[in-house]
Design a binder for this molecule. Sequence first.
Ligand code: ATP
Ligand code: MG
Length: 359
Amino acid sequence: MSHTSTKRRANGEASEQKRPTGKLVGLDIGYGHTKIAMHDGTRHLFPSAVAAIPPSTVEQYGAPVADDEVVVEEIRCIVGHRAIAHPDRFDNLHSVWWILPQYRALLQQAAKVVPPQSVVVTGLPLQAYVASQARELVKNLVKSILKAKRVFVAPQGVGAYYYAYGQSDSLKENQKIAIVDIGTRTTECIAMAGRENLPTHSAGLELGVSDLYHTVARELSEKLERQVDPYEVEGVIRREREIRAQGRGYDPQAIDNRVSHLAAARAQDIRHRLVGLWGERAPEFELVVFCGGGAHLLFPFLKTYREGAVLLPEAQFANALGFLDIAAMMAPEELIHDAPETHDSGSPALPQGAEAVAG
Ligand SMILES: Nc1ncnc2c1ncn2[C@@H]1O[C@H](COP(=O)(O)OP(=O)(O)OP(=O)(O)O)[C@@H](O)[C@H]1O
Ligand SMILES: [Mg+2]
């Protein structure tokens, strides 16, 4: 797997020819993080955390709405970092959360950076994707809230396939690839034969990494006598924040060790399911690819599943970047004015049904 692929040109600087409105957009709204990749190379990532601000009398006189706030059904909502550890935070670990107000809040936050009239490709977990009602609902929501020109909904891991294909010089168009996208709540195991998804060899598992962080957060809440949010634990693992109580920071190494112990056990669960789905070493597949933010945590324990298994660069953004590639294929006319590009010759065709569901 090459980082300097000839198939993909790096997402470079914003083009001077960029149009004021309308972009190609890959949008991956995960249970843990919302990832947005745009054709001019811009990326956005924010926690898919939403908290409601209960109405108060002040609001009746028009309280200001901050940059990280949106209004859903007349209720102000905080979206992203500030919602973490907020007492009125919505729970998003729900199987049908795209019908809930918090999903709309995330889309409204995304709408602040996605220009109207964009071509948007987004995803759903495989289990939800197979239900046409879910696809339609998400497509219509995205279309109306982002004021998109066209929307296409794909299974989440399929995005990663297009990204992996663009990254590799050695992959051929018709080869079989197995993709393991380890997310917050789900692990998507996607089998592709070229652009075709093999449904009988694909599975959406409710096995992510969030409950690891939940477990550690619960343990720390007891120990530190204050409520610790799972995102705080995750922030420590990424060395982006520290957990403080009584004026002191908690030892990050102790948190690493505990998470690592739980991660090894979770990797075993996933390996077991991979063996059930694809066999002991996935012999039918040319390549086994790991992605999703959870792969950063679990790949060290899972790479022995198959010799030559790959952890995609930018694992957490793999779906969003692949969705962007699909958008570029769906709307090549946008590329003429909106360089830089993602694919040149040799890209696989659109996923099946792309035109049928593009709105
Ligand atoms: N470098 C890293 N080290 C450790 N954990 C990481 C790293 N990068 C991301 N993660 C964690 O991996 C988890 C999964 O991230 P990801 O954004 O792929 O999930 P998601 O797409 O929101 O979830 P789902 O696919 O289940 O909807 C998150 O909890 C994230 O914080
Ligand atoms: Mg995901």
